[in-house]
Ligand binder design. Structure first.
Ligand SMILES: Nc1ncnc2c1ncn2[C@@H]1O[C@H](COP(=O)(O)OP(=O)(O)OP(=O)(O)O)[C@@H](O)[C@H]1O
Ligand SMILES: [Mg+2]
Length: 361
């Protein structure tokens, strides 16, 4: 792109040359300022020009790229494929997105790769067909999309959890109440009638308590009022009875360094980890630890029970979503979960959640 008056690039489809609105320098400025990376490649696959955004994306200076094969910007594994596709494009040049539906990646100078979207358009010159490829870094978009999926799945898991509790607990109790009422309508008097009435009363009381518990599960009041550590302690008291495993708690206060959502995520993950200990582990000892380490909050639930193989895929009977749900919840707040377990060697669930901005460090 010489710094002279642009005329050649202004040839319309009918071949006439229109007066340019811009000088070549002004066109160059548009190229330089483009928010997407632009790489211009000649018919032989050599890079002819790149704009500053492309330099920034790929981590090269312009001089390091001009004259080089464009495959330098393509991950090694995809290079030979890229060469073939490029030859096809030169053969039939028309504007189109590249590799529609494929998971395209760019390769940085340091060897790292990143997801990209690329559109190609041909630019015919007197000597050659140049290819203008416009490259957009879609890392952030991908992340948001995954985040969206995660949020949906977490909501779905929450619905499943409620359905499960309603099914396993409330529905059973209501069925029992119905049965007793049927018996009662046959018993007009006598001690059986009093006993049945008393049983109905007990079942109703317990059903009401169960409904309250499910509702509490949605938004544990203890969490809002008393904070994470207290809520976990209260949960441990209701979940582990006499004769169960010994529970050791080591809970640092984290209410000041997590926002409301992150607190709920932490509490829910500990809750699910403990529910798994109760249901699957047959442990004799459980350690629950929450502390602040560097720039994140760390929570660990560890048992010495039977362990399992974490690489096993989740079952498709509607269960086996606990671990998946933990992971999804963690990503909702930018955190992650690690599951360490092995048959016979206990289980350790580790959660990391970044401190919220504005929180103490
Ligand atoms: N602490 C643990 N000790 C032993 N096995 C465990 C432990 N935690 C999980 N598992 C194993 O991993 C499996 C998957 O756990 P996950 O929480 O995903 O599902 P689940 O508890 O079976 O069902 P739910 O969807 O109700 O949570 C469990 O079925 C169990 O076999
Ligand atoms: Mg579970």
């Amino acid at each position: 792109m010489a710094d002279t008056h642009a005329t050649t690039a202004d040839a319309g489809t009918d071949g006439t040359v229109h007066d340019s609105l811009f000088t070549a320098a002004q066109y160059r400025a548009v190229f330089e300022a483009a928010p997407d990376g632009i790489v211009i490649v000649d018919g032989g696959g050599r890079i002819r020009d790149v704009n500053p955004r492309a330099e920034a994306l790929f981590g090269y200076a312009r001089d390091e790229l001009v004259g080089q094969p464009v495959e330098r910007l393509v991950p090694e594994a995809a290079r030979s494929m890229h060469e073939r596709v490029r030859a096809g494009f030169v053969h039939d040049p028309r504007a189109r997105p590249m590799g529609a539906g494929l998971d395209l990646r760019g390769r940085r100078k340091n060897g790292g790769t990143f997801p990209v979207e690329i559109s190609l358009s041909p630019l015919r010159t007197a000597q050659d067909v140049l290819v203008i490829s416009t490259i957009r870094d879609v890392t952030e978009r991908r992340r948001l999309r995954q985040f969206g999926f995660g949020a949906l799945r977490a909501a779905e898991e929450e619905r499943r959890r409620i359905a499960r509790e309603l099914h396993d607990d409330t529905a059973q109790r209501l069925a029992a109440i119905l049965l007793r009422l049927r018996l009662l309508s046959a018993e007009r008097t006598g001690p059986d009638r009093d006993r049945l009435l008393e049983e109905v009363r007990t079942e109703l009381r317990e059903a009401a308590e169960a409904v309250r518990r499910i509702a509490r599960g949605l938004r544990p009041p203890a969490l809002e009022d008393a904070g994470v550590a207290t809520a976990i302690r209260a949960h441990v008291r209701t979940r582990f009875s006499e004769g169960g495993p010994r529970v050791e708690l080591d809970l640092a206060p984290v209410d000041e360094v997590l926002d409301e959502e992150a607190k709920l995520v932490l509490y829910r993950i500990v809750q699910e980890a403990l529910s798994n200990v109760v249901r699957h582990a047959e442990a004799s000892r459980v350690i629950i630890q929450v502390d602040v380490s560097g720039d994140h909050v760390r929570a660990v639930v560890e048992d010495d029970g039977r362990g399992f193989d974490p690489r096993q895929p989740p079952r498709d009977d509607g269960r086996g979503l606990g671990l998946l749900g933990m992971r999804e919840r963690a990503t909702l707040v930018g955190g992650h979960v690690e599951v360490e377990s092995e048959p016979g060697a206990g289980t350790r669930i580790r959660l990391h959640i970044p401190l919220y901005e504005g929180g103490a460090t």
